[in-house]
Design a protein around this ligand. Sequence first.
Ligand code: SAM
Length: 292
Amino acid sequence: MTLSEMRRWIDARGLQLTKSLGQNFLHDGNQLRRIVAAADLGTGDRILEIGPGLGPLTELLVATGLPVTAVEKDERLIPILGERFQGKELLTLLHRDALEWLQETPLDWDDWKLVANLPYSVGSPILVELALAERPPRRMVATLQWEVVQRLAAAPDTDAYGLLTVLVGLQFQSAGSFKVPKNCFFPAPDVESACITLVRRPEPLLPPALIPLYSQIVKTAFGQRRKMLRKLLRNRWTEDQLTPALAAAGILEMARAETVDVDGWVRLTLGLAGPVGAIVLNGTGCGSTHSR
Ligand code: SAM
């Protein structure tokens, strides 16, 4: 979909683009093809696109011949998408708020790949929702603000490292990113953008039953960035629980959350999990495997 085609659809429908919905549409063919290539799509994949907009990315996704589910919040775009993709039986178009839909409908995402130019205002919560799913997607290729992409790929002890890094990092690893110049969008966004590829870890680090505990621990520990994590965790766990769990995780007395890597948070979760954690620590596994 070229910029002039995009403008034609917008003008023909008298559409006023909505900034709060992040309506900056991507019209650059090279960038769109790079995004699709990053998804490494193949037989057996199912594709989730969040925020299809006028469908420039949807077009390339549908052309793969794989099933695509596209979730769009703006009701004005639904008839346009319906018209553009008429007869495309492998496309399921949902008119929903994607975040609400993901929260209400916990699905088995095991065979899925997210490929999306995400609405920036809800990009992070959408990624976290999918990343912490019991059966997360195989891969997530997402265009977001550059600042968020940096946070997703950050190493411990850097300014960008934080709660988002460790929530998504539990089940995903960054496989690289590239910048998408502002002039590739219509209208050009105010912020810098980039596309990141997040690949599901080959084996889960925790059994699904412990993901909520992991999430609770890191949310508490990152609650106040400059405070010692032990002090913050004391609001929820006793000294008797914390002392052995922190020692077993190799986390120092004075440590702050931003110095602990994902493996450290996993070990701490297992230490605070009681008997279930002990079973995993003793090597009987995570009780779940990914298909590939
Ligand atoms: N994929 C298109 C493209 O690349 O040109 C559009 C991307 S635009 C950055 C984000 C899209 O997400 C818009 O179409 C917007 O209406 C839609 N959107 C915003 N918030 C949403 C939400 N909560 N759920 C689903 N779609 C949403």
